[in-house]
Design a protein around this ligand. Structure first.
Ligand SMILES: NC(=O)c1ccc[n+]([C@@H]2O[C@H](COP(=O)([O-])OP(=O)(O)OC[C@H]3O[C@@H](n4cnc5c(N)ncnc54)[C@H](OP(=O)(O)O)[C@@H]3O)[C@@H](O)[C@H]2O)c1
Length: 273
């Protein structure tokens, strides 16, 4: 093998990437790094203020970006995102399914049918609908990728929020299924399972908890940090860039032999091998 002309940097110049939930947290870090490596972006979120702020930040870095202001739990949203992306960039190379979260929380006995249905729409259907709509365009791409953001609880569910961990586990199964059926089109499908990551969402959660419990924010922060870092061998929370960096690698040509895989980025939290 001739190693002389090997290129070790990621060149994603001119590739089109859709990032669902790209306006904050992990999604924004993904948008930033894919933009840095040359992708043209199409990001999705509900709040116009958050979207516009992200656009401003990314544009100041000379990154090309369009916004899709919609709710991906609604069936009509996914085709609209694909349509506007194609209208602007004429192609789709990378789909990052990052939208997800906890619309409600509780134990198995507390959760209502409505809680389960909402979480199903947010954590699974938001992914399924846009993936289905993107596939005909990904089939035409020279380096197509689908990267799904799951969670460490997919493999190691806790005692709360089974309506979240069950659907995050579904994402891993879906990733494997799609990697098998889309290999014929060279569409690579992988997933990432983050551990506890410090995002705006986490900071809001701390603020809210301190208000509700009328305990100083700094105390709540310390207590909550201890709760999530104690079972984590590396004894800290993760950073959005630590997830985004793997997304950039998986999107690159260097990752062309990886498909159907799930990657834990969780400081060692998941204990299985
Ligand atoms: N942070 C963690 O510790 C952690 C751990 C494991 C897994 N994860 C997973 O990582 C992903 C990102 O989490 P994050 O903490 O970065 O979340 P986040 O900070 O809450 O960001 C979520 C993003 O998705 C958008 N969004 C939420 N619901 C949407 C909807 N129905 N339609 C369209 N856009 C929507 C949000 O914008 P709008 O609110 O404006 O819509 C925002 O841009 C999620 O799938 C989450 O389950 C996170």
């Amino acid at each position: 093998m001739n190693y002389k002309n090997q290129n070790y940097s990621y060149n994603l110049k001119g590739r089109t990437a859709i990032i669902t939930g790209g306006s904050s947290g992990i999604g924004f870090a993904i948008a930033r790094i894919l933009g840095f490596y040359g992708c043209n972006l199409s990001i999705v979120g509900r709040e116009p203020k958050k979207l516009n702020l992200s656009k401003k930040k990314l544009k100041s870095l000379n990154i090309k970006i369009i916004l899709n202001n919609c709710d991906l739990t609604l069936p009509e949203s996914a085709p609209k995102v694909i349509e506007s992306t194609i209208q602007e960039y004429k192609k789709i190379d990378i789909l990052i399914n990052n939208v997800g979260g906890l619309p409600s929380s509780g134990s198995f006995l507390d959760l209502t049918d409505e809680d389960w249905i909402q979480s199903f729409q947010l954590n699974l259907m938001s992914n399924i609908r846009i993936t289905k709509a993107a596939i005909p365009y990904l089939q035409k791409s020279k380096a197509p990728r689908i990267i799904n953001i799951s969670s460490f609880v997919a493999k190691q569910p806790g005692n709360f929020n089974p309506h979240y961990s069950v659907f995050k586990a579904g994402i891993l199964n879906l990733t494997k299924h799609l990697s098998n059926i889309l290999a014929i089109d060279k569409i690579l499908v992988n997933s990432i399972s983050p551990g506890n990551i410090v995002t705006e969402n986490w900071n809001d959660y701390i603020t809210k908890k301190s208000e509700v419990e009328r305990i100083a924010r700094i105390q709540i922060e310390k207590q909550e940090n201890k709760r999530v870092t104690e079972p984590t061998p590396l004894k800290r929370m993760g950073k959005p860039i630590e997830i985004a960096s793997l997304v950039a690698f998986l999107s690159s040509d260097q990752a062309a032999f990886i498909t159907g895989e799930n990657f834990n980025i969780d400081g060692g939290r998941v204990k299985t091998i």
